[in-house]
Design a protein around this ligand. Structure first.
Ligand SMILES: *Cc1c(COP(=O)(O)O)cnc(C)c1O
Length: 365
């Protein structure tokens, strides 16, 4: 039997093959490949989709975070509160600007624990970065209140939460900036690298547009030392195609998740919890098991691929050894790192494949 992989990007391509091929060919034949009509059109569509005033395309999700922080003036001497169990790119978005990430433990839903924010405040705290991890929206009402009360900037890392709402508003629109990745495996993925920032502030939009293009608004006139971080025309054209199908793609993911919730039943396995105030678009379906490594080996033997998001928390990674943390400093985060396991979930997974995953999980003992 064919192995069930954790992701199958080809399924997402063939679903809308004719539209993708038309968009790619149109762009190739246009003779214009960077900063043109396709980007302009995608930026407009993406802003509209998220319910933001503006969106600015950049080269990838990490750049969206780096430039988002930079545009808010976050830099040396500043502290940014961020959840400890996130993907390391969130942390790099902060530290590359010279600011210090201050780790906050997650709650039962894998999101930043709003009750633990206050303890971490200092005079240096400048912002909160919230990550809607695995596709579930964090407790945004509480976080927005906290930021207002303490006069903090708010950055949303939406690399895993395209389309995820909180009280009828899309993730990415609560903060000063919402930062997205279009890496191929994300819910809204392109066919290479891509990213975007959404904002309601014209000033922030203009600043990011300037920064992404060598710090230049007017050609050859450079106001700041910027970067080269542009979303190219082909990716923008392909993203517009995928974006036009986002509602059905998101519903499909929720439906796949529901089938897992209904089918998986094993006392050794804990299913992901969804908060009553949250929406979950299931970028990942993350289960937990005390004997996680034995489970993943067993599933591999059954022809089912799994992946750990993430095995080494940022505070334990070599890159952040300089922050001086050690094992035991963030016990909830470390516990998650030792017990989480992501099972196959992607647009185009079949019921037969899901049945195989469910049967194998239920037979694990
Ligand atoms: C994927 C991801 C990023 C980085 O996106 P890239 O496009 O790969 O740079 C940032 N944060 C989170 C939470 C992610 O999952």
């Amino acid at each position: 039997m064919e192995k069930i992989m954790t992701n199958r990007l080809d399924r997402g391509f063939y679903k809308y093959q004719a539209e993708f091929e038309e968009a790619a060919l149109r762009t190739l034949r246009s003779g214009w490949y960077i900063m043109g009509k396709e980007l302009e059109s995608f930026e407009k569509n993406f802003a509209e989709y998220t319910g933001s005033k503006y969106s600015v395309g950049v080269a990838n999700g990490l750049d969206a975070l780096i430039l988002g922080c930079r545009a808010l003036g976050i830099g040396k001497g500043d502290e940014v509160l961020v959840q400890a169990n996130t993907y390391i790119a969130s942390i790099m978005g902060i530290s590359i600007n010279g600011a210090t990430p201050v780790f906050v433990e997650p709650d039962d839903y894998y999101q930043i624990d709003v009750n633990k924010l206050e303890d971490k405040l200092t005079e240096k705290t400048k912002a909160v970065m919230v990550v809607h991890l695995y596709g579930q929206s964090a407790n945004m009402s509480a976080i927005v209140d906290f930021c207002k009360k303490h006069n903090l900037k708010l950055i949303e890392d939406c690399a895993q939460s395209h389309g995820s709402m909180h009280e009828g508003k899309m993730t990415g629109t609560f903060g000063d900036v919402g930062c997205f990745s279009f890496y191929p495996s994300k819910n809204l993925g392109c066919f290479g690298d891509g990213g975007a920032i959404v904002t309601d502030s014209e000033e922030i939009r203009d600043k990011i547009k300037m920064l992404r293009n060598y710090g230049s608004k007017v050609r050859y006139y450079n106001e700041e030392v910027g970067v080269n971080s542009r979303l190219d025309e082909i990716q923008a054209a392909l993203l517009s195609v995928r974006l036009s199908h986002m509602e059905e793609l998101t519903m499909e993911r929720k439906d796949i998740a529901k089938y897992y919730y209904d089918g998986i039943n094993n006392d050794l396995i804990e299913l992901p919890k969804v908060a009553d105030y949250a929406d979950h678009v299931f970028h990942q379906f993350v289960i937990r098991c005390e004997e996680r490594d034995r489970l993943s080996k067993y599933l591999d033997g059954e022809g089912i691929g799994t992946i750990i998001h993430y095995p080494i928390p940022p505070h334990m990674s070599e890159a952040y050894a300089y922050l001086g943390f050690s094992k035991g400093d963030f016990p909830i985060t470390e516990k998650y790192a030792d017990t989480v396991l992501s099972i196959p979930i992607y647009n185009g997974i079949t019921r037969e494949e899901q049945d195989r995953v469910i049967t194998a999980l239920n037979a694990f003992k």
